[in-house]
Design a protein around this ligand. Structure first.
Ligand code: UDX
Length: 470
């Protein structure tokens, strides 16, 4: 199918402006979206990425036509980054909006003043802003720039967040007690979610959660359209609920990592040697273990994980991020672990996750269920052991376990015996094999959505047309 090329045929050259939240799980899909729009527009659409000066993307790893504009260089990163074991991401998001709003106003004015000059230039069409950056959207509104909102999580999660105010009005949130029975209460209109899945994290206050979600819903409702990194055949009924509930156009364009090529947004260096190691392993035999870019564990959990992996006798590839273990600067694996797992396991500080999951040797993924990880796993037909920690991760886990039936939660305290049993269940039993088969069926559906006439490719074309129409 012909792509709706931007800037060709004598039309005015246009430029799309983007502002991602500066954390890996948000930055990646925004840059993938930029790559997809740029490529689908035949390279004619200009791209400007505003970024917080810490966690800066590397321009050298993106198309030369992309412009990168820092915002808030003077703001100390310690003011913005969540830190410590009681890190509260809701606070981090609120602060980010607060501190970057003024600096962004200046930068946006400058960008708008720039003429259609230079390589890849063009008049600004609109700003695509992360759904958590209501502050930046307000600045754009002030300056007369239309906005689109990128929601980087699942449709299921957005539906749950849309229901949040009503659950508060009914007195269900915040939960009246920490009673197990109370927290396990099923939420009728949000099956398979329970009350506990609606609690952002143990360290986030209800007030901050409420403010964050209000900003998110305001951003979505006052935008010219919401872009979602998921696919129709995966979340059809939740997508329908969003369309009915938000009243703005929706563009379901995922899985973006399978559409966008040439964009490389990892903030940490990926250890490529693990791919060679995977080449030597048998098909569907290896457990890949990674908690994404923010989730963490304490030293005792590290120990139990290590021995669970060792005792399982299954091959594993384990990502231990430099800051993954709380209150420990230098991660040390238990004595005897190396001998017990020699040749059967590999530990790396950061992996090329998408390639790892696509490798035929991978049989399962122990994940924290960040949405990118969950989607990447689905797109490679890899079943999951779920260990969600905060934000949308519990919601994603419930869908993996209860709706798609492609994984299960490893619940409660981490103990080596439980870890070992979970690994065996996923990699070595009929139940695990069935989960893998269902995951592969979903993978096939994802492939269809990104074919030329598929729902996601069509949505990107519609989105591009919309951008060109501003
Ligand atoms: C955060 C939130 O925690 C998550 O809940 C939300 O859905 C998105 O923002 P993060 O925790 O980093 O994200 O998890 P996730 O969404 O899974 O993103 C991690 C990204 O890092 C993935 O794209 C993954 O491919 C990449 N990654 C992870 C690597 O490239 N190498 C690794 O070793 C691990």
């Amino acid at each position: 199918a012909a792509s709706p090329a931007a800037g060709s045929g004598g039309g005015r050259r246009r430029r799309v402006l983007l502002f991602p939240v500066p954390f890996q799980g948000h930055l990646t899909p925004m840059l993938q979206l930029a790559g997809a729009l740029h490529a689908r527009g035949g390279g004619g659409l200009g791209v400007t990425v505003f970024y917080a000066a810490f966690n800066a993307p590397d321009p050298a790893r993106h198309p030369a036509a992309f412009r990168f504009v820092p915002v808030g260089e003077g703001v100390p990163s310690a003011d913005l980054l969540p830190s410590g074991s009681d890190a509260d991401f809701a606070v981090a998001l609120l602060r980010l909006n607060d501190r970057l709003r003024e600096p962004f106003r200046d930068r946006l004015r400058q960008a708008l003043a720039e003429e259609e000059e230079e390589e890849g230039g063009g008049a600004a069409a609109c700003l695509v802003v992360d759904s958590n950056l209501r502050g930046m959207q307000l600045v754009a509104e002030e300056l007369g720039v239309p906005t689109l909102v990128l929601r980087t999580g699942a449709a299921a999660c957005l539906v749950a967040y849309m229901a949040f105010p009503a659950l508060c009005d009914k007195g269900l949130l915040p939960p009246a007690s920490q009673d197990k029975a109370q927290l396990d209460m099923p939420l009728d209109e949000l099956t398979p979610l329970r009350l506990r899945d609606m609690v952002f994290s143990p360290t986030t206050t209800h007030g901050n959660m409420e403010r964050c979600l209000q900003h998110l819903l305001d951003a979505a409702r006052s935008s010219s359209g919401v872009i979602l990194n998921t696919f129709q055949d995966l979340e059809d009924s939740d997508l329908q609920k969003i369309t009915n509930g938000l009243g703005v156009p929706m563009y379901t364009v995922g899985p973006l990592h399978k559409i966008s090529s040439g964009t490389e947004s990892s903030l940490l260096a990926q250890d490529q040697t693990c791919l060679k190691w995977l080449d030597k392993q048998e098909a569907d035999s290896v457990l890949y273990v990674s908690l994404g870019s923010l989730a963490s564990m304490d030293e005792k959990e590290l120990l139990e994980t290590a021995w669970g992996l060792a005792n399982s006798q299954s091959p594993f590839l384990w990502v231990i991020r430099h800051n993954m273990v709380r209150s420990s600067h230098q991660v040390s694996l238990p004595e005897g672990f190396e001998e017990a797992t020699h040749g059967r396991g590999m530990v790396v500080p950061w992996a090329p996750q998408q390639e790892v999951l696509a490798h035929h040797a991978i049989g399962g993924f122990w994940t924290h269920n960040g949405w990118n990880s969950t989607l990447e796993s689905i797109c490679e037909g890899v079943p999951m052991i779920c260990r969600p920690q905060f934000a949308d991760q519990m919601i994603n886990m419930r869908y993996v376990q209860e709706v798609w039936k492609i994984g299960f939660e490893l619940e409660g305290g981490l103990e080596r015996g439980k870890v070992e049993m979970a690994i065996t269940k996923l990699l070595c039993t009929e139940e695990g094999r069935q989960m893998r088969q269902r995951a592969k069926d979903l993978r096939d559906k994802a492939v269809k959505c990104i074919e030329d006439e598929g729902s996601s490719k069509s949505a990107i074309d519609l989105l591009l047309k919309r951008i060109m129409s501003f």
